[in-house]
Each structure stands twice: as structure tokens, then as C-alpha cells.
Design a protein around this ligand. Structure first.
Ligand code: IYR
Length: 223
């Protein structure tokens, strides 16, 4: 059992290293990299159902993310109701149509060509779950939250990792503007839509772009 003490009058518990040897740590870091390198953003989903309990655990995992002053400034709305998914698809496609037609630059659309995206978002109806992540600009009682964008970015990373490691697929979708999500999902004033992620199985005949990741030397500097 972990040792409990008071420091500055706050409860602390002892935290012990796992005591893996150096070779085991190297092996674990390699294995996890390989698992994560196998993750891909999926745009073609199967309608095969996923148990709510799985989505609950995935959201609990995301909510273990570190956050400013441990305020956990996020709300995850998990949707499997087909009518609400349709409503979200309709509203998202309206914005996306406008974006692809009038708002996005040619350079932007050129950059997206290899990914094959367009304004149509059938996955919003087909995937068994949509998870809409809201950032909380303040707490519900208006008390302060800190580093909200950073905290939510980290939690989104945990969410994506949890979905992938459960053997499911997701996609970060950010229709812009996405205030319609606040309206459809009836969220309070202190919340802003942050990210929309479908979650489920990839379609049987799913193809993803054959993109390559940057080499370690391109993304890092060791000093
Ligand atoms: N939100 C649009 C456009 C889009 C933008 C970027 I940057 C992407 O990496 C992918 C898509 C859409 O979802 O299609």
C-alpha cells in the first residue's frame, strides 16, 4: 500500500518507479513506438457497434491527462443516437461546403489533395460513436481554469491513443466554425467545442493515404 503523508497540509502519497532495467525500458519504448506508428487517421468507418463501456473507459483515460492546476478543463460528449449524429453531419457539411467552396485557400486545398478530403463527411453518421470534446474556459461555477488549450490538446492526444490501443480507429475532425456543436448538444456557456472525433472500426475496404512520417532527425535536436 502506498505511504500517505501531509506536505504543507495537503495529502501526498509516495510514488515509486516501476524498477524496470534499462533493456526492458528500451524494449518497451520501441514496442510502444511501433504500436503508435501503426496508428492512422481513418475516414471510412464500419457501422459495427462498439459497447458504451469501451467509450467510457477511453474517455476516462483521456481525462487522466495532466492539466493546468489539475482543473481537467474538458467535457466529452459521446453520441450514438442516430438522429443527433445526422443533425451533426448536416450542420458540419454545411460549414465544410462553405469552407471548401469559399473559405479555404488554393494552397490549403492543394495540401489536402493527397489526403482526399472534401466537404462530405459520411463518417459522422456511419461511425457508431462521435466524441465531441469541449474545452471549459472556466469551471461551471466561473472559478478559473488555466492553460485550457494546452490541457485539452494533451487530453485529446490521450483520447486518440486510448482509441487506437483499444483496437479502434478515429479521426480528428475540426469543422470550422463549429459552434453548431454547442447548440445541438446543448452545452453551457463556459464550454467551447474543441474537437470532434468519430470512433469505431475501420470499414472492411478501408484505404488510407500512403504517407510517410518525418525522420527522427527532422523532428528533433539532441544537445
Ligand atoms: N476541416 C476540413 C478541412 C481539413 C483541414 C485540415 I488542416 C486537415 O488536415 C484535414 C481537413 C475537413 O475536415 O475536411
Amino acid at each position: 500500500m502506498s505511504q500517505k503523508i501531509l506536505i504543507n497540509n495537503f495529502p501526498y502519497i509516495s510514488y515509486a518507479n516501476k524498477n524496470f532495467d534499462a533493456d526492458t525500458i528500451l524494449e518497451k519504448s520501441r514496442t510502444f513506438y511501433e504500436q503508435m506508428d501503426a496508428r492512422r487517421s481513418v475516414r471510412e468507418f464500419s457501422d459495427k457497434p462498439v459497447n458504451q463501456e469501451v467509450i467510457e473507459k477511453i474517455i476516462q483515460t483521456a481525462s487522466t491527462a495532466p492539466s493546468g492546476a489539475h482543473k481537467q478543463p474538458w467535457t466529452f460528449v459521446a453520441i450514438q443516437n442516430p438522429e443527433i449524429k445526422s443533425e451533426i453531419r448536416k450542420a458540419a457539411e454545411k460549414e465544410e461546403y462553405e469552407s471548401y467552396t469559399n473559405r479555404m485557400t488554393d494552397e490549403w486545398k492543394g495540401d489536402l489533395k493527397p489526403l482526399g478530403t472534401d466537404w462530405q463527411k459520411p463518417f459522422l453518421e456511419i461511425a457508431p460513436w462521435l466524441i465531441v470534446m469541449f474545452s471549459q474556459t472556466t469551471a461551471p461555477d466561473k472559478s478559473k481554469h488555466y492553460y485550457v488549450q494546452e490541457s485539452c490538446g494533451i487530453a485529446a492526444g490521450f483520447l486518440i491513443t486510448a482509441i487506437h490501443q483499444a483496437g479502434l480507429c478515429t479521426l480528428t475532425h475540426t469543422p470550422s466554425p463549429m459552434n453548431f456543436l454547442k447548440k445541438i448538444l446543448n452545452r453551457p456557456d463556459n464550454e467551447r467545442p474543441y474537437l470532434l472525433l468519430p470512433a469505431g472500426y475501420a470499414a472492411d475496404d478501408c484505404y488510407v493515404p500512403d504517407i510517410q512520417r518525418k525522420e527522427l532527425s527532422e523532428v528533433s535536436v539532441f544537445i
